[in-house]
Design a protein around this ligand. Structure first.
Ligand code: TH1
Length: 808
């Protein structure tokens, strides 16, 4: 663009904005509130996107490609305004226009809510996939739930987590469009009986409870292209506002009851990450968005294909994200048979050929198993179909597989009065994949070994990825600009190009800039910490960061205990000088997860002890940042020196935070678990710190015993000391961590915290030495950025396209 054109664009933008302000607020710019200033900008940007959105839709209809529909119970999309502006390539224009109008762009951006429609990695991964697909120009749409309340907001009060209800829709949401014309009805409960209608045996479903599903669409804009895909989120509403007959008869409460029971379905996101808790309302949610999403999609397909379903599986792929949408299988069967009149066999072929499934965890407590009675009561027809799927599957095994009854039973979808949703998903889908190499290997060799032996061709692996637009380009602009100045712009379209950065490993001016950028990012985070936690931290210290959900298997406890040990070490040796270190934690614990909340309490208790001890001379600081979410992550990842990825080996399916840190030049301190293994492979031995048991060793101990945490305790004075401190009043008379103590010693330390303590502490000490060598550290950090290309979600999506969805 010529400079004169740019000036014109800025002027046009300014006048459009001034007009928009008046529209949204009925006031002049000078009188308008920050919220109105944000809304005006959001609407202006939305106007630009809407025209591209309509165009993308019609282009997809003109040139029919195979479409992918992604069903997920979580989509953790993060704030969108900045992403939209940058993807439209309007950053300069908007920034300049705002400045010339006397407005602060960053402050306006910070008015946006961060929709917490997911718990953690699983939901965020889906958002990265949507962004990558739009950027790659692929027809790919999301289907999920329009929760009225997303994940709770976390406050830390007196060192403990306090949950506050989220209300992301408080001021309305400018990026969604409600589509009441596309609402559908979802049916629950009721009775089934069979009847001969015109000589054909038909199932009649009566006395069900109908609920209205209303879609809200959010545009997903590709980076620097014209593609805009959709994320469709379904909201539950009563069919009629009030049940009029009851209302008229004066049964006011009954009338209102129907309304609130309907709305309850999409009222709240379940706050559990990696844990199944078996509530009926959750099963309702699962069926609700599956049923609504499929119905709309199939209706649309028929409209464009002369009412014929023959080519359905060639033109559509339905991807189910973990087992939460696994009812897609039986629901498709129901629609194809009961509504479209297909035979079982024809319906089954289309169903299996269009469905694919990703598993995200092997933790037994996360695997979904619904009681048969609950399924039968809530979804009688669906239950009947599941039973038949299972019956036919078992018949086939009897006739073809040569398995004995015991083996056949172990593969049953229905076991001990429960429906095993992973088994249902594997049987109904033609592809199953894990999310990192080790995880996929565990699926094949352990978790789903019986199925793997039956259908080896169904099993795949696609390592997760994250979008470099959100997690590097838009959130670490200093590094973005340095990279572009050094290697040009090709990397923006192909992240593997970052490898060219290695030519700068001996370049002094590059070294200075690179370090300066990291320091600036750390100062930015230090200011945030100061403002929110009133703790002053040294930006020159090592920023050692663990941010993720609080979970026993993720072992924030190991990190905390090591800090306590380091503190003891400094107290005992007052003249020791270490490289100053700032340990930063953030993450939410599920409301009902007592142990995880105790860990938060312990971290805050350690912070209190360490930060206020004069003997420590500010050599270590500990910070727990409240309310970790996507927005906070975008400040944290660019500021990290050390990325803590310390799960018990074999437990973290992949991890994606590890990739966000790496892209921003942090060095991983990790176990050989999940995608850490591939990060290790990508950067080489010298540019990562690994420690601890391997997953084989962990599973050996789990199967055959032979680990005694008490024995470790008895032989290690450091551990004895910290264990005593948990219960001896170190943290004040009222603060005792008996349950933590017991889990480690009385219950033999399920997650091998004490077992890995020594090698973790050694690795931590090594960091202290490495950081002193500025050249070495720079090369390590640069290597992490340079070899992060593999961890772009663009790469992951291309692999899905090629190997799973066959859309390439
Ligand atoms: C996470 C996994 O724990 C993590 O390792 C992985 O990187 C991420 O998914 C994306 O693949 C999971 N989150 C959940 C959440 C629920 C149930 C299962 C999982 S697995 C509610």
């Amino acid at each position: 663009m010529k400079p004169s054109e740019h000036l014109e664009e800025i002027e046009n933008f300014k006048s459009a904005y001034i007009k928009k302000i008046e529209e949204v607020s009925g006031e002049y710019l000078s009188e308008s509130s920050l919220l109105n200033q944000y809304e005006a900008l959001a609407e202006l940007v939305m106007d630009k996107i809407a025209s591209q959105w309509a165009k993308t839709r019609s282009q997809y209809d003109e040139i029919p490609h195979k479409r992918v529909y992604l069903f997920s119970i979580e989509f953790l999309i993060g704030r969108l305004l900045k992403s939209y502006v940058n993807s439209l390539d309007m950053e300069e224009t908007v920034k300049t226009a705002m400045a010339e109008l006397g407005l602060d762009y960053e402050t306006i951006l910070s008015q946006e809510t961060d929709p917490g429609l997911g718990n953690g990695g699983l939901g965020r991964l889906m958002a990265c996939f949507l962004e990558s697909s739009a950027t790659l120009g692929l027809p790919f749409h999301g289907n999920g739930i329009h929760y009225k309340h997303g994940l709770f907001e976390q406050k830390i009060i007196n060192g403990e987590q306090v949950e506050v209800a989220d209300n992301w829709l408080r001021h309305g949401y400018p990026f969604e469009i409600r589509k009441p014309n596309e609402a559908v009805i979802v049916k629950f409960y009721g009775n089934l009986h069979s009847e001969k209608i015109n000589g054909v045996l038909t199932f009649v479903y009566e006395d069900y409870e109908p609920i209205l599903a209303v879609p809200y669409d959010i545009p997903l804009k590709g980076y620097h292209n014209n593609t805009v895909n959709s994320l469709r989120l379904w909201s539950a509403e009563p069919i009629e506002e009030f049940d009029l007959p009851s209302f008229n008869e004066g049964q006011f409460l009954d009338a209102v009851r129907h309304k609130s029971e309907a709305e309850a379905i999409t009222q709240i996101l379940y706050p559990n990450d990696n844990k199944f808790d078996g509530k009926q309302l959750r099963l309702k949610q699962e069926y609700f968005f599956v049923c609504a999403g499929l119905k709309r999609m199939i209706t649309r397909f028929k409209r464009y294909n002369n009412d014929c379903l023959d080519e359905f599986a060639d033109k559509i792929c339905i991807h189910i994200n973990d087992t939460h949408p696994a009812l897609c299988g039986p629901e498709m069967m129901r629609i194809f048979m009961d509504e479209e009149g297909l035979s079982w066999d024809d319906a089954w072929k289309i169903t299996v050929n269009s469905l694919t499934f990703t598993n995200h965890t092997v933790l037994p407590e996360a695997l979904e198993k619904w009681p048969v009675d609950m399924m039968k009561f809530l979804l009688p027809r669906i239950y009947m179909i599941i039973e038949e799927i299972n019956r036919q599957f078992q018949e086939e095994l009897r006739s073809k597989s040569g398995l004995n009854e015991l083996q056949i039973n172990s593969l049953s979808i229905i076991q001990d009065g429960q429906i095993n949703m992973a088994n249902l998903a594997i049987v109904c889908c033609h592809s199953v994949n894990g999310v990192a190499e080790l995880h996929s290997k565990i699926l094949k060799e352990e978790t789903f070994n019986g199925y793997y032996k039956l259908f080896p061709e169904r099993f795949h692996s696609v390592t997760n990825g994250v979008t470099p637009r959100r997690f590097l380009i838009n959130s670490n602009t200093g590094l973005r600009d340095l990279i572009t100045e050094s290697i040009g712009t090709d990397w923006l379209n192909n992240l593997f190009d970052l490898e060219k950065l290695m030519t700068f490993k001996n370049d002094a001016p590059f070294f200075d800039r690179f370090n300066r950028i990291k320091l600036d990012n750390k100062i930015h985070l230090a200011n945030y910490i100061n403002a929110h936690n009133h703790i002053s931290v040294n930006p020159e210290s090592i920023f050692d960061i663990q941010v993720k959900r609080i979970h026993e298997y993720k072992r924030q406890l190991l990190n905390a205990l090591q800090i306590l040990h380091l503190y003891n070490h400094l107290k005992a040796n007052p003249h020791i000088e270490i490289v100053p270190r700032t340990f930063i934690f953030a993450g939410k614990a599920a409301q009902g997860y007592y142990f995880a909340k105790e860990v938060i309490k312990l971290i805050n208790a350690i912070a209190n002890l360490v930060n206020n001890d004069k003997d420590i001379r500010d050599q270590i600081k500990v910070v727990f940042l409240a309310n970790f979410n996507v927005t906070l992550g975008e400040i944290i990842y660019p500021a990290a020196n050390i990325s803590e990825q310390i799960s018990t080996a074999g437990k973290e399916a992949s991890g994606t935070g590890n990739m966000k840190f790496m892209m921003n030049g942090a060095i991983t301190l990790g176990t050989m678990d999940g995608a850490n293994i591939e990060i290790h492979e990508a950067v080489g031995d010298n540019n990562i710190l690994t420690f601890g048991l391997s997953s084989d060793e962990v599973s050996h101990f789990e199967k055959h015993g032979g680990y005694s945490s008490v024995q470790i305790y008895e032989n290690d004075h450091r551990i004895q000391k910290i264990m005593h401190q948990l219960i001896d009043g170190t943290f004040g008379h009222l603060a005792s961590f008996q349950s933590v103590y017991d889990s480690l010693l009385l219950y033999n330390d399920t997650y091998f915290v004490l077992k890995d303590f020594d090698s973790y502490a050694t690795a931590q000490h090594h960091i202290n030495e490495l950081f002193k060598d500025k050249n070495k550290w720079f090369e390590m950090s640069l290597s992490n950025v340079a070899y992060s290309g593999l961890f772009s979600s663009d790469r992951a999506i291309l692999e899905y396209q090629k190997n799973i969805w066959k859309t390439l």
